[in-house]
Ligand binder design. Structure first.
Ligand code: SAH
Length: 256
């Protein structure tokens, strides 16, 4: 798959693409990332890419023309393969696991990173297919959002995580019915007078799996009850799961 990223700060991506477990995905081209700077498509000595907003007010707005020339070049380079043009923006649909899985099964996209107050609306109206948000807060640029999407997509590619399939044990994964992840422990067995749940030291895999399932259920019920409800509606909770959740609810009632 191929992602083309339009950014005024391509240098931000260099360490990101060369670090960590996902590096292999980028270096092998499994997830190809091409960086494009609209400044290279801007006119004049100053290669201006922004200007003051019509109507007044603070901040600057990204000019439509350098963005359009840059994007046209990318679309030609991609042989107009129909890849979606995505703008990162607080007004977009929030990125979640299902969204990441869709991107990770697709053939890529053009990712547009905004800066300043945002982009001239006419560029958005002309070219943008989808807007994607990282959440209800405002970043100073779309680059971190682009890296978040690329990272989440790259780690889902086969063979990228060291342990094949380990992403299936992560939070939100349908393989674990969309529940949150359980707690993890490693050496030493006693750390600052705190031990490790005994069951994890028992070597009994069935007990360990049951404990992990219950931890996921308890944590998800506490933090994100709607995810437990989703799993229930999808018929993914066993009788054992329901009995555990009922015990949990009773314990909480008794404590209250
Ligand atoms: N004036 C805009 C914010 C501009 S922030 C507003 O109030 O909605 C500058 C750029 O950062 C945006 O163009 C966008 O590309 C990026 N950005 C900011 N917050 C974001 C978020 N929550 N998700 C994705 N991108 C974001």
């Amino acid at each position: 798959m191929r992602f083309d990223v339009i950014t005024l700060f391509p240098e931000l991506f260099t360490p990101f693409l060369a670090s960590g477990v996902t590096r292999r995905a980028y270096e092998s081209g499994l997830v190809e990332v091409k960086l494009w700077n609209p400044r290279d498509f801007a006119d004049g000595n100053y290669r201006r890419v922004d200007d003051r907003p019509f109507g007044g007010g603070p901040g600057m707005v990204m000019l439509a023309e350098p963005l359009a020339l840059c994007l046209e070049k990318i679309l030609a380079d991609r042989s107009r393969d129909g890849a979606p043009v995505v703008l990162f923006s607080p007004i977009g649909e929030k990125l979640d696991h299902a969204g990441v899985e869709n991107w990770s099964a697709g053939s890529g996209a053009v990712l547009v990173c905004g800066r300043y107050e945002g982009l001239d609306q006419r560029f958005i109206d002309t070219y943008i297919d989808r807007q994607v948000s990282l959440g209800d807060f405002v970043l100073s640029g779309g680059e971190i959002a682009a890296m978040a999407l690329l990272d989440a997509v790259a780690r889902l590619q086969p063979g990228v995580l060291n342990d094949e399939g380990s992403h299936q044990l992560d939070s939100f994964n349908p393989a674990l019915d969309g529940l949150l992840d359980c707690p993890h422990y490693t050496r030493p067995e006693s750390w600052r007078d705190q031990g490790v749940p005994q069951v994890l030291m028992s070597g009994n895999h069935a007990h360990i799996e049951r404990w992990r399932r219950e931890q996921r259920l308890a944590l998800t019920q506490q933090q994100r009850p709607e995810l437990v409800q989703n799993a229930r509606t999808a018929g993914q909770l066993t009788a054992g799961d329901e009995a555990f959740l009922a015990r949990l609810a009773k314990d909480i009632e008794l404590k209250a």
